[in-house]
Design a binder for this molecule. Structure first.
Ligand code: 5AD
Ligand code: SF4
Length: 459
């Protein structure tokens, strides 16, 4: 069958889609380049906000309607977080759906498809399993940059968050499998890896990940810095990233790892959510604004110039104007390299869903715009200081907005768009001279001559 997978949500979901695509390919199916060529449509869904769910439902309904109009036979599936949250209810919302597979059962997507093809649909498979099949080779071939799951689920109980419900209890993969997977993707050509976990610094907290008696050569006693050290020893890896962080994980050891382990990129995504202690407490975030500030100070002392990005929620239940302004002023003080600003969206079954959603939609929108405008100015301030600098860039491919230009990312995770030189290929490391900047993008040209570029890319 020709299969098209549409992915919503976070990097974890992107990785899940890649795994499912590989497992389907192994069963003899092929992936369609675009929707029009597909016989099977699968939507990998996200439940983090109501809008993400509406988008996935809307997409499925349109796909099903269009297929009916064309009159051919097509199969429709949904997988991931929404299935885990809604279970059978998703079949009422989307008429004509053939299968729905939850977050814990993604390895069973080929089986669900087979059952539907054999006329045994519709299929719902949303059982809860702890752990995951330890496959290390379900990565797309030839990728420059790979995602590695290291921590599944989440044991934090942030009041607004659906993740513990849809992704289950925290469970850390054993270091041995993470390393085997890192070696596998590096052998396949990736030079950058991103270690993924909802609260990634909790790696090794809920279950042991190292063999008894293991000692980190750098002397780390915490499992996560020790993992970073071990991954940095995998031949071929030049950049290591991880996401998402939490201030409580920004320990002295983590800061030492960030400063001493060379392939670790000088960037951290550290969600703040709010700058008000009262709101942080009601969100059950487990830190105060002062503790967050301290974590930032430790990171900046260890890695001067480290790029910090964050997530903010505006309009959490009971958020007053004064509390919103506390967030605004803490953001002004810290000056993030980028911030994702979300309007609070009540999620059924979360603790915050019991609080009245009392900030009016118009007011949420105003607060959202206010922070977005601030952040654009702050981004521009930071980026303008980069004009004239030469930065190492990992080339990813053609720019999405202008196919004549190419795009890649700096080690600080900023996107650089540049005119390609004749031999530019995805996977090259080039040096880009930054010539002009926008809040989200740097524009430049390739520095030096051909020979220098090849040396930079390690060929
Ligand atoms: N409403 C709005 N934003 C949310 N996030 C998580 N849950 C909600 C919610 N109920 C945001 C947080 C998180 C990011 C991935 O999504 O900022 O860090
Ligand atoms: Fe969305 Fe969270 Fe699921 Fe990722 S883990 S897809 S952000 S609900």
């Amino acid at each position: 069958m020709r299969i098209y997978i549409k992915t919503y949500g976070c990097q974890m979901n992107e990785r899940d889609s890649e795994r499912v695509a590989e497992s389907l390919r192994r069963c003899g199916h092929v992936l369609a380049e675009n929707e029009r060529d597909a016989e099977v449509f699968i939507v990998n869904s996200c439940s983090v906000r109501g809008k993400a769910e509406d988008k996935a439902i809307g997409k499925l309904r349109i796909l099903i309607r269009d297929a009916r109009r064309r009159g051919g036979r097509a199969i429709f599936g949904v997988m991931g977080c929404m299935v885990q949250r809604m279970r059978a209810e998703i079949f009422d919302l989307v008429k004509g759906l053939d299968f729905a597979v939850g977050t814990h059962r993604l390895h069973a997507v080929p089986l669900a498809l087979e059952a539907v093809m054999a006329g045994r649909g519709p299929i719902l498979d949303a059982a809860v399993e702890i752990g995951a099949p330890e496959d290390v080779d379900t990565h797309e071939k030839g990728k420059v940059s790979a995602f590695l799951n290291i921590l599944l689920g989440c044991d934090r109980r942030c009041a607004y968050c659906i993740v513990p419900e849809v992704r289950g209890r925290e469970w850390s993969r054993s270091a041995q499998f993470v390393l085997a997977e890192a070696r596998h993707v590096a052998a396949n050509g990736a030079t950058e890896v991103t270690l993924l976990g909802q609260s990634v610094m909790s790696y090794g907290r809920a279950n042991p990940v190292w063999p008894p008696g293991f000692r980190s050569p750098m002397g780390f006693s915490e499992p996560f810095p020790a993992l970073l050290e071990a991954v940095s020893g995998v031949p071929g890896l030049r950049r290591i990233r991880f996401t998402s962080g939490h201030p409580s994980g920004c320990t002295r050891e983590l800061c030492r790892a960030m400063s001493e382990i060379r392939p670790l990129c000088p960037h951290l995504h550290l969600p703040l959510q709010s700058g008000s202690d009262a709101i942080l407490a009601r969100m059950n975030r487990g830190y105060t604004a002062a503790e967050y500030r301290d974590a930032v100070a430790r990171l900046r002392a260890a890695v001067p110039g480290i790029a910090l990005t964050t997530d903010i929620i505006v309009g959490f239940p009971g958020e007053t104007e004064a509390q919103f302004l506390e967030t605004r002023s803490l953001m002004d003080e810290i000056r993030f390299d980028n911030a994702f600003i979300f309007k609070y969206s009540p999620r059924p079954g979360t603790p915050a869903a019991a609080f009245p959603d009392d900030v009016p939609e118009q007011e949420k929108l105003r607060r959202n715009h206010c922070l977005l405008e601030d952040q654009d100015r702050w981004c521009l301030d930071i980026n303008e200081k980069l004009i004239g600098q030469t930065l190492p860039v990992l080339v990813e491919g053609r720019s999405k907005s202008n196919r004549g230009r190419w795009a890649g990312r700096t080690d600080s995770n900023k996107t650089v768009v540049f005119e390609p030189a004749s031999a530019t290929r995805p996977g090259d490391y080039i040096r880009a001279v930054i010539e002009r900047v926008m809040p989200q993008t740097l524009y430049g040209r390739v520095a030096g001559n051909q020979e220098e570029r090849l040396v930079a890319s390690g060929i």
